[in-house]
Structure formats: C-alpha cells, structure tokens
Design a protein around this ligand. Structure first.
Ligand code: SAH
Ligand code: SF4
Ligand code: F3S
Length: 439
C-alpha cells in the first residue's frame, strides 16, 4: 500500500483541511504514515498568518531535497493558505525546484486528478482556485479523534483587518447551508462524537450569505437539539458582530460550552481603528460586562497583537489596562508580523523589535497572574471533563478539558478516553488544573 505523510501548521481550519486531505487519500487507497522515509507522498499544509510560519516550512522543504534526490519518485506537495498567495507560491517554486504538486484551500476534492497528472507527466502541477463557492462539501474527513470534531460552518473572511492575510488566502466569506451542517453533525454524533467545534473566521456573521433570515444563534439553537451531542464550542467570534442574541444563546442552550474566545487585538482605540476592527475598547468592554453579568462562570479568552505599526507606549498601556479590566482566563499573544499585500504592511512606522519584545513580556507578566487567580477560584470544585488523551509527560496521567475548555490533568487510564468524567480540582497552575476523578 502506498503511504502519505501530512505536515500541518496553522489554525483549526487547516487541521480540518488536513483531515479532509487524509480522507481523499484514503479513498485513493493510500494509508497514513509518520515516517518520511516510508512515504510516497509528503504534503505540507501551510499557514501564512505570520512570517515565522513561512520561514519554517521553507526550511523544512529545503531539508527534503536530499530525500528527493535519493527517492525521486516521492511526490512532494505543498498546499494550504500560503499557496493561495501568488507571491509566496512563486517564491517557493523558484527556490525549491523539487516541489511536485501545489494546490490550495478550495480544491482538495481535485487531489486524485492532480496526483494522477503528476504521476503521468512527472511535471510540477499547480492548481489553485480562489472562489470559495467551488469548495466541494461532499468531501468527508478522516478524523483524528473519535469523540470530538471540527465542523466548518463558513468559509473565507470579508473583514480585512489591516494586519491580516487571511482574507487574501481564504477568499470571500460564504456560509454553509444549515441543513448540511446539521446533517453532518448528526452523522458525527451517530459515530460517537460528543463535542463539536464550529469553525469560521467570524462565526458571528454566519448567515449573511444565506438567502434567508437565519443567523449564528439560530444555528446554535438547532445544533443544541441534536440528540446525543454533549458539547458545542466555536471559533472565532468577532466583537463587532457579537450580539445580545448570542448572550441569550449562552444562557439558554445547555450544550454550549461556557467559554467565549473574543479576540480584542488591542486595547487602544487609535490602534483598533488602524487595524480596521470596527469597535472601540468601550464597546468591547460593554459587551464583555454584559455577558459576565449573565454568566459569572464564563471563561473568557482572547488574541492580542503587540507592536502593530505606530503603537505607542500609551497605546500599549491601554491594552494592559483592558487586560486588567476584563481579566482574561488566557490569551494567545502575537508579535506583529508584516504580511506583504496587507494594508498595514505599507505603514512605514514600525515598532522596533526590542520594544516589541519588551512589551510582549510585560503583557505576559500581566496576563499570567490573572489566569492563575481565576484558576484558583476553581480549587475544590467538581468539573465535568471530556477525557482526551494520555498526558505527554506521564503515561499514568490523563488529560482532558472542562466544559469551559480548561486543560485538566488527573491520574487515570486509557480506557477513559472519549468519556466525560467528574474531576475534583485539587491543584492549579497558570495554564492547567490538576485533580482526582471522583466516580
Ligand atoms: N479570524 C480570527 C483569527 C484569525 S488569525 C479572528 O479574527 O479572531 C489568528 C490570530 O492571529 C488573530 O486573531 C491575530 O491576533 C493574529 N494575527 C493575524 N495576523 C497577524 C499578523 N500579521 N501579525 C501578528 N499576529 C497576527
Ligand atoms: Fe483576519 Fe480579521 Fe478575518 Fe480574523 S476577522 S481572519 S483577524 S481579517
Ligand atoms: Fe493560518 Fe490560514 Fe488559519 S493563514 S491561521 S491556516 S486560515
């Protein structure tokens, strides 16, 4: 049997795409391997959101030159977000002549045809589709986990935050039909899935491209009715489209995870405006306070960019103040990275690296004690944990997530994987909880 290896970087959208690619290759009679020496096809599913991700894949591809010389029949492919950008694609193809196959995020269904063409001709095959309407929704996914699954509810992004490359890699926003999504989730539940994570770059604008009056809270309500499903999560929510109706959904829907990931990016109105985020810090805080009032036990997480062009010490201080006001459970923090083709890339006034790093450290020093303090509130509580896997550091310890998506470690065995168990929290750290199973 021929074998494939997929190397995935980037967000959940890419992880799900890799599962779809696996499914397509499975149907072609290939099987998966982790060993590049055994692989007949090696694919890199790439992310373009920051320059560092690009440099890493560039290096990894270079390292495969030697393998390709020894085994010229191996198909070396590169796909995903980076390949949707003509400039990056051309750069890679000009520097790495040993690439055999290039495809993108919207044409995974064409893979069998592209591979056959590559084998027949021996030439480098490049096939990119820009239009998200071409995505074939009949492609299934070879799921990594049996008990949890990602589900696309929409494709693309129309927000054009000035720093971000995603609208130029993932194309125009398109919502999937609710019936298709619900059918897909029902099938997943029949096969044993307990938790779904709904994916979209801005799930709060779900429904805008549908020909009916149906929005994200409607979809959540319908998914909540699916019998056998235990947990619903979603990523990512944009503050500008965050509505009272969504708060209501959190209150009413028993399966909706009490966790909100609401990327703020900056606490400075001046920077938010330059970022084209379309909300102010006051509006953000108002929305957070409104939901906290109704759901005091909600975990709130965010994304923050440090060193956006022109960010002053005062702007940065506004971010620190906002972090203190909101009290985030945790945050993904990023150093601003210039992405060619975006509007912010044209701003000349860059923040020097040293200042960026120094601010980044101050941000972490603010976030971490808050995270620890919020976790300490959970000491002695009993949490419902979906057991995910054996801990990487200790085979006698299992890891899983609470309803609010916090990572928990507790002593247990592999037979618990995929089950929801009660864990009493006995010890907490900044990023994890520890406890004992109690039934
Ligand atoms: N659609 C999602 C997230 C997409 S990218 C959203 O809007 O929240 C994930 C995160 O990467 C973003 O939230 C942002 O914080 C970060 N990011 C995007 N472009 C970046 C850049 N050029 N430099 C640094 N971080 C960036
Ligand atoms: Fe990027 Fe903004 Fe779209 Fe998120 S909403 S993917 S940050 S452009
Ligand atoms: Fe990266 Fe594409 Fe996701 S650029 S963050 S993999 S949408």
């Amino acid at each position: 049997m021929k074998k494939y290896l997929i190397n995935t970087s980037g967000c959940q959208a890419n992880e799900l795409d890799s599962e779809k690619i696996s499914w397509v290759l499975d149907t072609m009679g290939y099987e998966s391997t982790q060993d590049k020496e055994q692989a007949d096809i090696i694919l890199f599913n790439t992310c373009a959101v920051r320059k560092s991700a690009e440099d890493k894949v560039f290096g990894q591809l270079g390292e495969l030159k030697e393998l390709k010389r020894r085994k010229p029949e191996v198909i070396l492919g590169i796909c995903g977000c980076m390949m949707q950008r003509e400039d990056i694609r051309e750069f890679f193809l000009s520097k790495h002549k040993h690439i055999d196959l290039v495809f993108g995020t919207n044409n995974i269904h064409k893979l069998p045809q592209l591979i056959s063409r590559q084998i027949e001709t021996g030439k480098t095959i490049v096939d990119i589709i820009e239009d998200t309407r071409e995505i074939d929704e009949n492609i299934d996914a070879h799921r990594k986990y049996s008990y949890k699954a990602f589900v696309d509810i929409m494709y693309g992004c129309d927000n054009f935050c000035t720093y971000c490359i995603v609208p130029y890699t993932r194309g125009r926003e398109r919502s999937r039909e609710p019936e298709t999504i619900i059918m897909e989730i029902s099938k997943l539940v029949e096969s044993g899935v307990k938790e779904v994570t709904l994916l979209g770059q801005n799930v709060n604008s779900y429904g805008k491209t549908l020909h009916m009056d149906y929005s994200f809270p409607d979809l959540l309500k319908d998914i909540n009715e699916i019998e056998g499903l235990e947990r619903i999560r979603f990523m990512t929510s944009h503050p500008k489209d965050f509505t009272e109706r969504l708060i209501q959904a959190y209150v009413e829907l028993d399966k909706l995870s009490p966790h909100l990931h609401l990327p703020v990016q900056s606490g400075s109105n001046r920077v938010l405006k330059m970022m084209n985020r379309k909300y102010t810090r006051e509006e953000y805080l108002e929305k957070i306070n409104a939901i906290k009032e109704r759901l005091p036990n909600l975990a709130i997480t965010t994304d923050i960019i440090v060193g956006f062009p022109g960010e002053t010490e005062e702007d940065f201080q506004d971010t620190i103040d906002l972090v203190r006001d909101v009290e985030f459970d945790s945050a993904f923090t990023f150093l601003y990275s210039i992405r060619d083709g975006t509007i912010a890339a044209k701003i000349e006034e860059q923040v020097p690296d040293q200042i960026k790093h120094e601010r980044f450290q101050r941000l972490l020093d603010t976030l971490h004690p808050i995270g620890l303090k919020l976790n300490q509130k959970l000491l002695g509580t009993i949490q419902k944990v979906l057991v995910e896997e054996v801990s990487k550091n200790d085979s006698r310890v299992m890891s899983g997530r609470t309803e609010s998506a916090k990572l928990v470690h507790f002593p247990g065995g592999e037979e618990l994987i995929g089950k929801i168990v009660n864990v009493r929290i006995d010890n907490v750290k900044t990023f994890t909880l520890e406890g004992e199973m109690i039934d």
